[in-house]
Design a binder for this molecule. Structure first.
Ligand SMILES: NC(=O)c1ccc[n+]([C@@H]2O[C@H](COP(=O)([O-])OP(=O)(O)OC[C@H]3O[C@@H](n4cnc5c(N)ncnc54)[C@H](OP(=O)(O)O)[C@@H]3O)[C@@H](O)[C@H]2O)c1
Length: 246
């Protein structure tokens, strides 16, 4: 039975992935700060789901994550979904700090721990580190500078680890999942977002990217096109683009 640990499994993409992987017969480790939503799912799969309260911004996060791996008697795939982000044109200090703490510090901490686990164990079967980044990683978005930069950090971090894995001969695959907009609690329920996907639509694509071990998966095909096009826009023109949501 394959084993996946989902960090950021109490809500949105992560919770849905936990539900779907458990239904598909995987052993699932769920981690986030809020235990209640994870325990609610665990009651449906008491033999195959383990849960752990982990705040990725806390210094004990790596140890607790290691404990969860041990409790599951190993891990084939880490799916890192924890994240926060704000529309923040005023550059509010609390929002900026929160975003960087979760998406940069917490992310690097957990992903590094997973890498070290695979370095120590995965030469028999290939491990996988999958991260839900964002299309926001590819261009600097003025209304969400910290979020956008934090997602760029995530992409570059796993690119770097991939190179390190070759050097250190660590048998691990990396998957970078970049959604556009998905209707989850992360988004402002009162705003309209372009080309927004339902969780039903997006979760299928997220999970396929994990199972097929895609290296980069932009979700969905409309966003793949937009993403490819806006990557062609030089910064001297990009700075004039007004991205605001009503
Ligand atoms: N929704 C979108 O449109 C969209 C688009 C592109 C990328 N993404 C990315 O997809 C990922 C999942 O987002 P979502 O849309 O599913 O949002 P969500 O429903 O708000 O879920 C966010 C998850 O992150 C966890 N989290 C936040 N702070 C944490 C902390 N300090 N420690 C541990 N876990 C923490 C939350 O759990 P607790 O609060 O219980 O800790 C929750 O499980 C994020 O990285 C987001 O940037 C989302």
């Amino acid at each position: 039975m394959k084993k996946i640990i989902i960090v950021g499994a109490s809500s949105g993409i992560g919770l849905r992935a936990a539900e779907d992987f458990a239904a598909a017969g995987w052993q699932v480790g769920m981690a986030a700060r809020r235990l209640e939503p994870m325990q609610a799912l665990q009651t449906q799969y008491p033999d195959t789901i383990k849960v752990s309260a982990i705040d990725v911004t806390a210094p004990d996060a790596a140890r607790k994550f290691g404990d969860l791996i041990e409790e599951m008697d190993g891990m084939d795939t880490l799916l890192y979904c924890s994240g926060t982000g704000f529309s923040d044109p005023q550059l509010d200090d609390a929002k900026l700090t929160d975003t960087l703490a979760v998406n940069v510090v917490g992310f690097a901490r957990i992903v590094s721990e997973a890498y070290k686990y695979f370095r120590a164990t995965a030469n028999r079967t290939q491990g996988q580190i999958a991260v839900v980044t964002s299309v926001a990683a590819t261009k600097g978005l003025g209304i969400a500078a910290a979020y956008s930069a934090s997602k760029r950090f995530q992409v570059q971090f796993i690119n770097s680890l991939e190179q390190l894995a070759y050097t250190q001969q660590v048998n691990v695959a990396f998957t970078d999942i970049r959604p556009g907009f998905i209707r989850t609690p992360l988004l402002d329920p009162d705003k309209d977002y372009p080309m927004i996907m339902t969780l039903d639509e997006a979760s299928r694509l997220v999970e396929r990217a994990v199972v097929k071990r895609r290296r980069v998966a932009v979700i969905d095909s409309r966003w793949r096109i937009v993403n490819a096009l806006w990557n062609l826009i030089p910064q001297r023109l990009w700075r004039h683009v007004d991205i605001t949501f009503k």
